[in-house]
Design a protein around this ligand. Structure first.
Ligand SMILES: [Zn+2]
Length: 265
């Protein structure tokens, strides 16, 4: 995760832009691009990138690859918002204008460790899910998967983007683990999550977790189910091994992909 202070800066920047250009309801990246005179196009560009921003003679152009997901889907909306991040975040725009990074090919898979990409991802989730609106929607609501789904539906965002934003509004401590073909690909946690390290970071998914059961037996669970701290986390004190958490999985059989959302009861 980014330092808290940087998250706050990017969240405020994104929310200001959302409030200026899309003050009511859902945020539309196209509308923001048009108002800033940034041209854009949707096309099929193979596997080269999900999104790309280019600068020429101080004009910016955004390409969105619709080969993986159609225009206006949560994924392509996120990609578009991410590319807008490279325009609106001062340091990113300056790098484009100086020709330091002539173009920015980006992938919407949240696995990048490149700071510029992590910042643009965080900007994107904050643009599509503006903090004040989200806090209002969460007010006095119990944290559970139904709340995540409700917000994702309302703002037309993916579950991942929604959780990434929820992690930073201090609603509830959350950990997110992405596993592919039985191995942990990446994980993120909110600053207030009690554990910062997994049992086998970047190794095999622990077998006593819901994700572990899927990779071992193929069984999927629709609901969030209780697990214990000792199932997923490393450095658990003896007295806390049975500390109770929930895990809810999102599955993609085709990609052998599982996203585990983990939170404390
Ligand atoms: Zn990018």
């Amino acid at each position: 995760m980014l330092p808290k202070i940087r998250e706050a800066e990017l969240s405020e920047l994104a929310e200001t832009i959302a409030d200026i250009y899309c003050p009511d309801g859902i945020v539309l990246p196209e509308v923001i691009a048009e108002r800033k005179k940034i041209s854009y196009c949707y096309g099929s560009y193979g596997g080269a990138f999900d999104g790309l921003i280019e600068q020429e003679h101080n004009s910016f152009h955004i390409f969105i690859n619709i080969q993986k997901s159609p225009a206006e889907s949560p994924r392509s909306r996120f990609t578009f918002a991410h590319e807008l991040g490279h325009y609106f975040i001062d340091e990113h725009r300056q790098a484009l204008l100086n020709g330091k990074t002539p173009s920015h090919p980006s992938f919407t898979n949240f696995s990048s460790k490149n700071l510029v990409e992590v910042e643009a991802d965080y900007f994107a989730s904050s643009l599509l899910l503006p903090e004040t609106r989200i806090k209002r929607d969460c007010h006095k609501k119990k944290f559970n998967f139904a709340l995540i789904e409700e917000l994702a539906r309302k703002y037309n965002t993916s579950i991942t983007a929604t959780v990434i934003k929820l992690m930073t509004i201090d609603k509830h401590p959350i950990m997110l683990v992405c596993s592919i073909a039985g191995k942990i690909k990446w994980f993120k946690f909110s600053h207030d999550f009690p554990y910062k390290w997994l049992k086998k970071p970047y190794g095999t998914v622990p077998k006593n977790t819901l994700a572990g059961v899927y990779f071992k037996t193929g069984e999927k669970f629709d609901e969030e189910l209780p697990i214990t701290a000792n199932d997923w986390f490393e450095n658990v004190w003896d007295k806390d091994v049975d500390r109770s958490f929930f895990e809810k999985c999102i599955y993609s059989d085709r990609n052998q992909f599982v996203l585990s959302i983990i939170w404390e009861e």
